[in-house]
Design a protein around this ligand. Structure first.
Ligand code: F6P
Length: 373
């Protein structure tokens, strides 16, 4: 009997999402004779039953397109804003899944999406997730799609900033996405030859950063590029932040968990503008003029790289085979040249952070890059 497949894209958009939808849709229909429908705007579309048939023409011409033809949102099934209230809409989603006679719901997303998909799995649905995010921070997969494209964009930005920093003898602080994980800032920083790289996993001492910049000046290099991840923190900030995160992990009930999460959200809000403050501090400490460039959403937009199209197509087509074999409740992870089904509970709630002794970190140190520690 033909299988019925539902699919949605959730969380931040990422180059390669359409390539993955095309890979899944084509293999599911043409190879396995399945029926595929998409839900619009992430879990909200599943809740509101807003669909798009993903067949024939809908899958043509999308391989090279950025964004997602399905639309996306950061809505969570169990905390959905409905009018002025926040409600648990899980049961409505379960009913819509049943109404479409779905055999499986495929969720393309990062850490938040995997947690939400796992919640739906616990509510009785068959789910499969594909790892997408420019942050590359999904556990148990070699890589996520979207990362390579963003890495190229951020590296090119650092290349371009070099000539202007050099001409004006300035410090240019370039903010690169990555709230919790520094893969993108580290990768682009190493590839682009940034003089300083600051990532969340390695809290920094601003005096050491200033000293590294001054030492370059003494060598006659009176400009510096500082690649800073969105979530990079000073040693003092990191201590406060870790205590708040620990409180979330150790919360004993829903109420204390909500209070601890609110504290983390408060700290996240207070962190906004961090890069501007850092640049001002460096200007004061070094007496070199400083400027800031925030790459922001440019890193998520536009055409996916060839590497991302390949990974997304591999994962989408492998997913169709997993569905045929009824391997549900898994993340389709990238392992070497192949894929591996990883049970969702092993991935949900776990981030893949940069280990302090990772080869990229070692290489950065060996070429003389200051990591602020
Ligand atoms: O999860 C990917 C990501 O790009 C992060 O690096 C960034 O912090 C976040 O999304 C911002 O997303 P938005 O503003 O779309 O919620």
């Amino acid at each position: 009997m033909a299988k019925y497949v539902g699919v949605l894209t959730a969380g931040g958009d990422t180059p390669g999402l359409n390539a993955a939808l095309r890979g899944l849709g084509r293999a599911a229909q043409d190879v396995y004779d399945m029926r595929v429908i998409g839900f619009r705007d992430g879990f909200r579309g599943l809740m509101e039953n807003r669909t798009l048939r993903l067949e024939g023409a809908a899958l043509s011409g999308i391989l090279t397109m950025g964004g997602t033809i399905l639309g996306t949102s950061r809505d969570k099934p169990h905390k959905m804003p409905i009018g002025s209230r926040i409600l648990d809409m899980t049961e409505v989603m379960v009913q819509n899944y049943r109404q479409h006679h779905l055999d499986v719901l495929v969720c393309l997303g990062g850490g938040g999406t995997i947690k939400n998909a796992t919640r739906l799995m616990k509510a009785g649905l068959n789910v499969i997730t594909l790892p997408k995010t420019i942050d590359n921070d999904v556990a148990k997969t070699d890589i996520t799609f979207g990362f390579d494209t963003a890495l190229g964009i951020a590296t090119e930005a650092i290349d371009r900033l070099h000539s202007t920093a050099h001409s004006h003898h300035r410090i240019i602080v370039v903010e690169i996405m990555g709230h919790r994980a520094g893969w993108l800032a580290l990768g682009a920083g190493v590839a682009g030859g940034a003089d300083v790289i600051l990532i969340p996993e390695l809290p920094y001492d601003v005096n050491k950063v200033a000293e590294a910049i001054l030492s370059r000046s003494r060598e006659g290099k009176n400009f510096s590029i500082v690649a800073v991840a969105e979530g990079a923190m000073s040693l003092e900030e990191a201590e406060v932040y870790r205590a708040a995160e620990k409180a979330v992990e150790e919360a004993k009930d829903d109420e204390s968990e909500a209070a601890a999460e609110a504290r983390v959200a408060e700290l996240d809000l207070a962190h906004v503008g961090h890069t501007m403050r850092l640049a001002a501090q460096l200007e004061q400490l070094t007496r070199l003029e400083s400027r800031v460039t925030i790459l922001g959403y440019l890193q998520r937009g536009g055409t996916p790289s060839a590497a991302d199209r390949l990974i997304a197509t591999r994962l989408g087509t492998a997913c169709a085979t997993y569905i045929e074999e009824e391997r549900y409740g898994v993340l389709v992870a990238v392992r070497g040249e192949g894929t591996k089904p990883v049970p969702l509970p092993e991935v949900a709630g776990r981030l893949k952070l940069v280990p302090p002794d990772h080869p990229w970190v070692q290489s950065a140190r060996f070429v003389g890059t200051c990591l602020g520690d």
